[in-house]
Write a protein that binds this ligand. Structure first.
Ligand code: OAD
Length: 263
């Protein structure tokens, strides 16, 4: 199978579409299924703007605990073979770019340059008015986590969380660039994604359950245009029905074999 995929990659303009399964072997749990993030944290609260705002004001300790759990995992995560292989394929001119639903920054850390982040980036905070974006580096996030862990009163927690998120130069509060349920996808990222999809002759769908709209419209659109679809996921998903090739394997294992094959 590795040989067959390597041949396709040489012949076709290829784009990757990734989800949480691509980062599982980097130590970041997926969202759905056993051990998924939504098993521990109710998405109605933690992935919706009204849910998170209400909880933030009522019980900031719950939000700070969520931040600590979530960012501690993220800070430790390093790219795995999937991220490295996609970056290497792009470097060699065999991949046009990556469209990702992940917010973990691992594609960029591995060296990918063309990345459309459909659901934002956990390290970026954006002004909803002037659209300015600020990035927090790992050191700043780690310092914030250490400080927030020492705080206990509602007032201190609210103050610390707000100061971490920060203010724009225009004076307004920044907001996480991460997309919450019901929010539109960032326009720039969508434009980049559609530009990639419009050129793709082969789409690698890697580690996504394919149930979150509107992101999942992209593979369906690619299929309609006649793009060949290759899905890498140990499980069946709604996207399996449009896949021309299905690799029922861990992405990390498949891409480590591909990297070895490519030499
Ligand atoms: P999910 O948690 O819904 O799905 C993860 C997928 O990865 C499942 O289909 C697994 O079978 C597959 N998987 C598990 N291990 C794998 C491995 N080693 N190799 C390859 N695949 C593997 O995650 P997403 O589809 O990314 O959105 O979720 C989409 C969106 O739902 C997320 O971006 C997030 C979430 O709510 C927002 O927060 C807006």
């Amino acid at each position: 199978m590795v040989e067959k995929v390597a041949k396709l990659l040489r012949e076709k303009k290829t784009v990757a579409f990734t989800g949480a399964g691509a980062s599982l072997e980097s130590g970041i749990p997926t969202f759905r299924g056993k051990g998924g993030l939504w098993e521990k944290y109710d998405p109605q609260i933690y992935a919706s703007v009204p849910g998170i705002l209400f909880t933030f004001l009522k019980s900031p300790d719950k939000i700070s605990q969520f931040f600590v759990d979530f960012y501690e995992v993220l800070l430790k995560a390093e790219p795995n073979s999937t991220h490295y292989a996609l970056a290497e394929l792009e470097r060699r001119g065999s991949l046009l770019g990556v469209i990702t639903q992940n917010i973990d920054n691992l594609h960029q850390l591995a060296g990918s340059k063309v990345v459309s982040e459909l659901h934002g980036n956990a390290y970026k905070f954006r002004c909803r008015v002037c659209n300015r974006e600020e990035t927090r580096d790992k050191k700043e996030v780690a310092e914030f986590l250490e400080e927030v862990k020492k705080l206990h009163t509602r007032k201190d927690l609210i103050r610390k969380l707000l100061s971490f998120i920060g203010r724009c130069e225009c004076g307004r509060r920044l907001a996480p660039s991460v997309v919450f349920f019901g929010q539109p996808l960032p326009e720039e990222e969508l434009v980049k994604a559609y530009q990639l999809i419009d050129k793709a002759e082969l789409l690698l769908i890697i580690g996504t359950s394919g149930v979150v709209y509107p992101a999942v419209n992209l593979p369906f659109q690619a299929k309609e245009r006649g793009c060949q679809i290759l899905e890498i996921n140990p499980e069946l998903t709604p996207l399996s029905s449009i896949a021309d090739i299905k690799i029922s394997q861990s992405a990390n294992i498949f891409f480590s074999q591909l990297l070895e094959y490519l030499g």
